[in-house]
Design a protein around this ligand. Structure first.
Ligand SMILES: C[S@@+](CC[C@H](N)C(=O)[O-])C[C@H]1O[C@@H](n2cnc3c(N)ncnc32)[C@H](O)[C@@H]1O
Length: 251
């Protein structure tokens, strides 16, 4: 639909602000100014596929490929990415206990992976992603389709101390399949799990993954309408706003 509009010249007429007055055909559907602006931004993004986005812009931001909304791609804003990285680094770093540092699996959350490697390149991390543009991360990239939740290299089985997942869709089917992937990756003795998804998945997330919502509110660079939450399978206490007691979370 987007391409058809662009090809027909409708976009040029509206964005250019040309007023056709009485010649305007009232029956022709028209987009609101906000929708037209979103469309214009989308088309501009599509016209520069080889360029990279800088999430967070300023010093310390990371380079990411442009969002492809057809793949349900909405990147975290810098505040969100940094809060998640801080937590993940804390979880994988042995604090004088003598235990080996853990590895991190990032399921469909490339922004987290990019910020993590920028912040602490030494943390072992694997990005599982459907978008092959992230092949730029070399051996840290594993192609992943949630429809084949366990079609992964055997070496990844039960290998991750921290698993972070941000499923592409809000459906029951998608969360069930991602839950299978989480079980595949997590260590039998228990791993830290962070799930980012819509508030609407709260009951299902508890049932499938034993995760509860935190007070911290994750956000995207390009705002989404749905209520977005961070869920964890452990109580982060004074970090990330703790488990949100107003949601009935209890230990
Ligand atoms: C909601 S986004 C999460 C991105 C995250 N907010 C970030 O900033 O890193 C969902 C991710 O799922 C990926 N995805 C799309 N289709 C997929 C599929 N069939 N299997 C697995 N991942 C998929 C997208 O490429 C996208 O990165």
């Amino acid at each position: 639909m987007v391409d058809a509009m662009a090809a027909s010249g409708v976009e040029d007429e509206r964005v250019g602000g040309e007023v056709r007055g009485e010649e305007e055909d009232d029956d022709v559907p028209q987009l609101s100014a906000a929708a037209m602006e979103a469309l214009r931004e989308f088309l501009a993004e599509q016209q520069r596929p080889e360029e990279q986005d800088e999430t967070g812009g300023g010093e310390g931001g990371v380079e990411l490929v442009p969002e492809d909304w057809r793949l349900s791609q909405f990147w975290y804003d810098e505040r969100t990415a940094r809060a998640l990285v801080e937590e993940v680094v804390r979880l994988v770093s042995p604090s004088g206990s003598g235990s080996a540092a853990g590895a991190v699996a990032c399921i469909a959350c490339p922004t987290l992976y990019a910020y993590l490697k920028k912040t602490d390149p030494g943390v072992p991390a694997q990005l599982l992603e459907y978008d092959e543009r992230f092949g730029q991360y070399g051996g840290d990239f594993t192609f992943y389709d949630y429809n084949r939740p366990e079609e992964l290299p055997p070496a990844m089985k039960h290998a991750y101390r921290v698993v972070v997942a941000d499923p592409p869709y809000l459906s029951k089917e998608c969360l069930e399949k991602v839950a299978k992937t989480v079980s595949f990756l997590a260590q039998p003795e228990g791993s830290f799990l962070l799930l980012l998804t819509g508030e609407v998945q709260k009951d299902r997330a508890l049932e499938l993954l034993n995760v509860r919502p935190c007070g911290f509110r994750p956000r995207h660079s390009n705002k989404l309408g749905n209520e977005f939450r961070l869920f964890t399978n452990y109580d982060p206490a004074d970090r990330l706003g703790g488990w949100d007691q107003s949601d009935g979370a209890s230990i």
